[in-house]
Design a protein around this ligand. Sequence first.
Ligand code: F6P
Length: 532
Amino acid sequence: MLPLDTLRGHADRLAGTTLASLFDADPRRGERMSVRAGELYLDYSKNRLDDAVLADLVDAAERAGLPERARAMFAGEHINVTEDRSVLHVALRKPAGESLVVDGVDVVAQVHEVLGRMAELATAVRSGQWRGHTGERITHVVNIGIGGSDLGPRMVVRALRRYVDDGLTVRFVANVDGADLESALEGLDPQRTLFVVCSKTFTTAETLANATAARTWLVDALGDDAAVARHFVAVSTNADAVAEFGIDQHNMFGFWDWVGGRYSVTSAIGLSVMLAVGPDHFGELLAGFHDMDEHFRTAPLAENLPVLLGLIGVWERNGLGMQSLAVLPYAQDLELLPAYLQQLDMESNGKSVTLDGEPVGHDTGPIVWGQPGTNGQHAFYQLLHQGTTVVPCDMIAVLAPLSGLRSQHDQLLANCLAQTQALAFGRSRQEVVDSGVDPALAGHRTFPGNRPSNTILMSELTPRALGQLIAAYEHKVFTQGVLWDVNSFDQWGVELGKTLARALVAEMDGDGAGAELDSSTRRLLDLYRQAR
Ligand code: F6P
């Protein structure tokens, strides 16, 4: 049970306490409230909490059974209770030679068998040994997938821009809007293009529509169905559907039902990443994930980076009643991280029933959103600083520059740190007046401060550090799911919309009489049909 009364009691106790006073009372707060894990440094001192809050949060995690639940996950127990499945993305990054036997099968051996096949393909494509149907070298990879089969590889390829092979460009297509595929194919030579169709289920409407259209584009251009064998590979758990689509088993890379879509970037779903950066860098990425898995598994709760991130989020959501979380990477190469974390967090913990299927008695997952700094500063930060809604922020910065423009990196980091200062300490009305501002305007120029943020510093944006960062958020989400008593590994909430969309597609060519529609939907459908 989440100790709501305890959290609210702390919130009442701290209601008159500001971050400024907490820092004044403890000159070492900034160093003390920090933790290192791998190449990550988390400063959580600019949150509205004190040691008593943290102690009770850690106690709540213990009472909720976080250590046992983590152990059960790592052991392959079926903790995804609504689908009766293990949750074993952590097995995807275990080093070769380790073993984890689940339901009688050594899953680590299976994982490395697939990794080996992925490496063979990636090496062959990157070296030019793999040729297209007409004998041309592959220069473009197009990843077709959506949700977890898109966001992970898309974000990682973008983040590891500096590691991407010069000779290979990777593009991504997700949306069923044909404009997405059309723009991805713009300027591409079919003879030099390899499609990687990613879908855990291989039943997802968007992905099948895009893959079918891409196959038509290829076959029309090359004039031979046999071309598919040299230009299409698939990543899926559904071998039958892949075969039915016409992709040879040799060109299919499998994974398992114990890998959730949003946790799948370290499975074969990462094939486009491996093609882009090569097997060695992909191995480094996996090693980074494993570093954080081990930290999460072994570090005491009060010194555990993902656990602390999770507990602070629970405090903000359930103690302070905050509704959202802004993810603000001060690194352009991490520009897709907010979108990636949006799926990871919101699809995992956007739940309102407990593991037993009863209504939860507390708020669960926050709304996750964000954009890279400094861009956001010139757009929505106004609300962060002076709006009526308080939004906790995760600032993420990389110490080593991602460009050759050193002085711009100084500016970037200065902005990141300045924003955390402004959010936390603000600027009082008195300070504003004392600075010579007309008192009539002072209210407009006052910053209330006391707005929470975490700062995560990464030494460098290497594959290894990136793996550590992503895994930290995975385990943060796990921690929160345990405290909120929800199943973080299903996503039934996406199903109704899919079913209704299928029914409406069926109505497009009819007169609409077949579906029982409310007056709004019927009118909107009619307008579309008239416009067709
Ligand atoms: O509809 C939601 C979802 O199931 C996500 O959980 C998943 O990542 C995405 O669709 C894609 O699914 P698939 O990989 O099976 O195509």
